[in-house]
Each structure stands twice: as C-alpha cells, then as structure tokens.
Ligand binder design. Structure first.
Ligand SMILES: Cc1cc2nc3c(=O)[nH]c(=O)nc-3n(C[C@H](O)[C@H](O)[C@H](O)COP(=O)(O)O)c2cc1C
Length: 181
C-alpha cells in the first residue's frame, strides 16, 4: 500500500484535471493505495518572499504558523507518490500551483524518495504545445533527492469542463493509478 498525495492546482473543481485526478484515484484505490487530493485553491498559502529566514532557522518559514503550507508539506514528505496536477495556464502552471511550489524552497532537503506524476490539461490540441508546462514539472522534481518522474497524463484539446472524459488521457489516468506500484 502506497501513500499518494495529489496537489490539485486548478481553481476549477470538477474541471478537466480534476476529472483526470479522480480517474487516477479510482485506479489507485482499486489497487489498495491510500490517496489524498488537496485543493490548493482552498488553502491559504502565502508566496515565498525570499527572506531566507528558513536558511538560518532549520527550514522553518516565516509563515509557518500563519498559513496552511506546513500541514500540506508534512503530507507531501510522508507520501510515497506525489502527483502535481495543474492545467496549462499561459504555457506554464497555475498561480495556485506555482505559489505552493515556491514554498518548497524552505523544505528542499526533506522531500525525497518519491515517484512523481504530472496531471495536466490544455485547450491546445497536442503535447507539442505544452512542453513548457511539462518542463516546469520536470524542473521542480529535479530539485529533490530521488524524486523521479513516473508518468504524465495530459488531456490536450480540452477547453470546457468535462472535455477530457472523451479522451484517451482519461483511460490512461485510471490505468496509471491502477498499475502504480
Ligand atoms: C488563465 C488561463 C490561461 C490559459 N492558458 C492556456 C495556455 O497557455 N495553453 C492552453 O493550451 N490552454 C490554456 N488555458 C486553457 C486551460 O488549460 C484548459 O481550459 C484546461 O482544460 C483547464 O483545466 P481545468 O478544467 O482542470 O481547470 C488557459 C485557461 C485559463 C483560464
């Protein structure tokens, strides 16, 4: 049994990435894994202010007692599998996701030994158009010790909520959840 944490960076509940997450979860639960999906849109996470307080205070952020990041990062640290879910916004990730990512600055040493997945969706029709967003995911996970890419699920050509249900990415999400080991 693996512990899976999904950071869901879309502001749209039941949108395309959210539906892909739910298929991934359905597959993973069928296989006996434990999954938690965290909606970043519902969390109060202050952007990193680059004060470097964490560098001289054992990774404690100035916002540690003031917002929801600490609770979230504890779950990420404890997880075997980390799923980054964000639609493509201006060739990149959403503000909600990027804000959370920047706060990992204080905790880079503690995030290690995980499989990492990227779940995304875009209005653009093919993966060719979303390489910059994929590079954002890859750059992020490259910062941590033994955090390795395990899969990418991309619903390209999805603009309206629900478009993704007709796509092969929808089946792929279930299969990747189910075959996760
Ligand atoms: C602010 C904003 C920026 C977007 N930028 C892009 C983009 O650069 N490329 C693209 O293909 N789609 C872009 N889209 C479309 C979304 O990626 C697409 O609608 C996706 O299915 C949304 O996923 P969600 O339903 O999980 O939120 C953008 C949408 C918004 C609201």
């Amino acid at each position: 049994m693996k512990k899976i944490v999904i950071l869901q960076g879309s502001p749209r509940k039941n949108g395309n990435t959210d539906l892909l997450c739910d298929e991934f979860i359905r597959g993973a639960r069928e296989n006996g894994h434990e999954v938690e999906k965290i909606y970043l849109k519902d969390k109060n996470i202050h952007p990193c202010v680059a004060c470097d307080y964490c560098r001289s205070h054992e990774g404690n952020c100035v916002f540690k007692e003031k917002d929801d990041f600490e609770e979230m990062i504890q779950k990420v640290i404890a997880a075997d599998v980390l799923v980054i879910s964000s639609p493509v916004y201006f060739y990149s990730l959403t503000a909600q996701m990027k804000t959370a990512i920047d706060r990992f600055y204080a905790r880079e040493q503690e995030v290690k030994n995980k499989a990492a997945y990227f779940i995304t969706a875009s209005a653009a029709p093919t993966e060719e158009y979303i390489q910059t967003a994929i590079a954002g995911f890859r750059g992020f996970i490259s910062c941590f010790e033994n955090v390795n890419e395990a899969g990418i699920i991309a619903g390209c050509g999805a603009a309206e909520k629900g478009d993704v249900t007709e796509m092969t990415a929808f089946k792929k999400a279930f299969e990747m959840g189910k075959t996760l080991n």
